[in-house]
Design a protein around this ligand. Sequence first.
Ligand code: UGA
Length: 439
Amino acid sequence: MKNITVVGVGYVGLVTAVCFADLGNRVVALDINEERIENLKKGIMPIYEPGLAEVAARNVKAKRLFFTTSYKEALADAEFVFIAVGTPEGVDGEADLQYVRMAAESIAQNMDHPLIIINKSTVPVGTGDWVADIVRQNQPEPIDFSVVSCPEFLREGSALSDFLNPDRTVLGSEDLEAAERVAQLHLPLRAPIMVTDLRTAEMIKYASNAFLATRISFINEIANICEALGADVKEVARGMGYDKRIGHHFLEAGVGYGGSCFPKDVKALAYMAQVHGKHPQLLHAVMEINAYQRKHVILKVHELLDGVKDKTIALLGLAFKQDTDDMREAPSLTIAEYLHERGAHVRGYDPVAMEVAKRLMPYVEMCGDAYELATGADALITLTPWNEFKQLDMERIKSLMRTPALVDGRNLYDPALMHRIGFAYRGIGRGYNGAGEKA
Ligand code: UGA
């Protein structure tokens, strides 16, 4: 058992705290947001993440997991302190580090014994050194500490299992002994542990997210070419994926990536490159293609409806992806706003994100389920690949709609079947299949 403190109870922080507690450690999770901490003490999670509330409750009960707003209390017995605060996008696309700074200052002011400070937040390359400077400058008297970078690779919606079954643990530090102790903490995860220097570890996180985003933009570009040439991108991706050098993951064409990570991290990496006089052409192309995918979906709706003014348009799925209520950079936001501004009546349904979505899109009429959503609609657009959308009674959906226009922004349905049912169907990159005729 180790004593661990986690600063920040957002996605990464809370999952880190809960999982380390579940591995048998004593964990204190700290946040400066009192309401969040009070709620957590009552078992109310600030985010929707499958399994999180149950595992948190189990560890609170076992007295392995504690919540506090007090740095003094949180650091009293700590050996390791994880910084897992938000790094939102700043004005020019660079990461905004104000929360990391606040955390580092507070740790420095409240520590009374040596600590290993581990950065889990996605931070610009060089931040580890900067954190060390801040801690040094803010300590009332010098106490030993080390900074280790340990980037997190978990995905929303499968965060617990991603944390507990990582492909690898990356550790970066100039202090090899500290890195070794952090490595010990990760041994129960039974994944390869790589130790490198601080800046390289920080870069591994950005390069990984940028690479995954590039795969998505790549397949989206191929999808758009498939549409022009009559090929089906789903089959193309399947055929490509059998090549072990390529693999099947992250080759799903659609409405483009969203969420709190890829958009922000690709932009931040491009910004870092530019600040240092480099020209990140590929990263710019990745972002451009991603932005275009939203427009591409809108163009398909226009094509099927001959304009959107006074039309009722139904958005099936609002969250940026399935199994989350996260609406950050969700394609639905851009698409709903565009349609609303052009005079369409926009409706939406999402299994878990509607509460959050209502606040962000007050002009969208929220519906109780997919069938209510379809009733009287002129077009239905799928925007989130929730499992429950894959087996809908599509004949019923069609019969409920005013005009059966289906824009499948996530390629959830079989184009041929949709044509047979009587939909005017458009998928993403489905070639002759999607258009139902030779282009
Ligand atoms: C992503 C990374 O996958 C994690 O490894 C990383 O830790 C995390 O960012 C982070 O930096 O914190 P996440 O944003 O939760 O995780 O979600 P993903 O499952 O990666 O999906 C990102 C976006 O890409 C979603 O909008 C998803 O719908 C889209 N996507 C994904 C596609 O359009 N096509 C695909 O083939 C895969």
